[in-house]
Design a protein around this ligand. Structure first.
Ligand code: SF4
Length: 355
């Protein structure tokens, strides 16, 4: 029996029930695929349901305010996906009269759609014979065929893509693609794959050569940059000051607080002497009430450590930065924040009573 037949047989017995699989609507498939990029199915599922319910058509998503899209996306991370999603919805609604492109090349031309997502949409929505190659597929192919070429190199990508195209059951592209991804996600998992009852076992190089822990191979280890954020949570009566992140950096278009970034978390003395802090506070009267405990957030290339300085102002902040603005505490739920700010809010027993 061929590799593809074994994968299809396995899928027949073991497939997961996922809501977007019930549809061939390219809009819903695109939505699910963008949400699932770099996200586990269990985490992405509620977001898919929220987006589908709030924006039943591409026109609904296209005309939504950017803040609403970012708020719905809050907590999912990799926010450029949300910005690209919104951009592409507007493009399809206005330039293509709401009709999703139906060729692989045109789908690949959409902003935020890479080779994997294009193959997924082309096969799931239109039955086109394009093989998906995601992390699951890299793992399954490298293990079964014993391929040691690093998956994060140009050569590796080419080799795996060619093999995936050769193996694709072209007349059943949609089912086959879903099958191999499910196989990787639930059977040939990164740690502790279920080899004992695996239909590939007899032909699996990684199993016979004891290479399971080393395959697939990656050439580079991602080095994370440490960043230290000293957030200034200014409060005056029932308002607090927020910052809209508009610089070319992480979390573009999300909201946080005025920030003093430094080489470390600062002591109170260091904060008071810091030039950025002095520029923000100017000559205004203030009292530092307390500093939070440190919070951490890991991103792909960065480790963020933040503390939140809670500062009471005697009058409204004389805003000297166009990104800062005052907002009533009761309206704070209208804004989308990075996870680290949400962690800080959640650590407070009263979400809106900051201090
Ligand atoms: S035998 Fe083990 S390593 Fe090989 S494909 Fe099956 S689950 Fe994966």
């Amino acid at each position: 029996m061929s590799f593809s037949s074994k994968i299809l047989d396995w899928y027949h017995e073991n497939k997961r029930s996922l809501p977007w699989r019930k549809s061939t609507d390219p809009y819903k498939i695109w939505l699910s695929e963008i949400i699932l990029q770099q996200t586990r199915v269990e985490q992405g599922l509620p977001y898919f349901e929220k987006f589908k319910a709030t924006f039943p058509t591409v026109f609904d998503l296209a005309k939504a305010p950017a803040d609403q899209v970012m708020k719905l996306w809050e907590g999912l991370g990799y926010y450029s996906r949300a910005r690209n999603l919104h951009f592409t919805a507007k493009f399809i609604a206005t330039e293509l009269n709401g009709i999703f492109p139906n060729t692989h090349t045109a789908i690949l031309g959409l902003k935020g759609v890479g080779p994997y997502t294009a193959a997924a949409i082309a096969s799931f929505a239109f039955g086109l014979p394009h093989a998906v190659v995601d992390g699951n597929v890299f793992r399954v192919l490298s293990r079964v065929f014993g391929i040691k070429t690093p998956i994060d190199t140009t050569l590796g990508k080419k080799e795996f893509n060619q093999l995936a195209d050769t193996l694709l059951a072209k007349d059943k592209a949609a089912v086959y693609n879903q099958a191999i991804m499910d196989f990787g996600a639930t059977q040939c998992t990164p740690a502790n794959p279920n080899c004992t009852i695996c239909p590939m076992q007899k032909h699996c190089t990684a199993f016979s050569d004891k290479l399971i822990p080393v395959l697939p191979i990656k050439s580079k280890k991602i080095k994370k940059r440490d960043r230290f954020f000293n957030y200034l949570v200014f409060k005056n009566a029932d308002t607090i000051v927020l910052n809209k992140r508009q610089q070319k950096d992480i979390w573009l278009n999300l909201y946080d607080f005025p920030l003093v970034e430094a080489n470390s978390l600062l002591s109170e003395k260091e904060l008071l002497e810091n030039e950025v802090f002095q520029k923000i506070i100017g000559t205004q009267a203030f009292t530092i009430k307390k500093a939070s405990k440190p919070f951490k957030q890991l991103l792909t290339h960065q480790k963020i450590v933040a503390i939140f300085w809670e500062i009471e102002l005697k009058s409204a902040l004389l805003v000297n930065d166009s990104s800062f603005f005052e907002v009533k505490q009761k309206n704070i739920n209208n804004f989308a924040f990075p996870k680290i700010v949400d962690l800080y809010f959640k650590d407070k027993s009263l979400y809106l009573e900051l201090f």
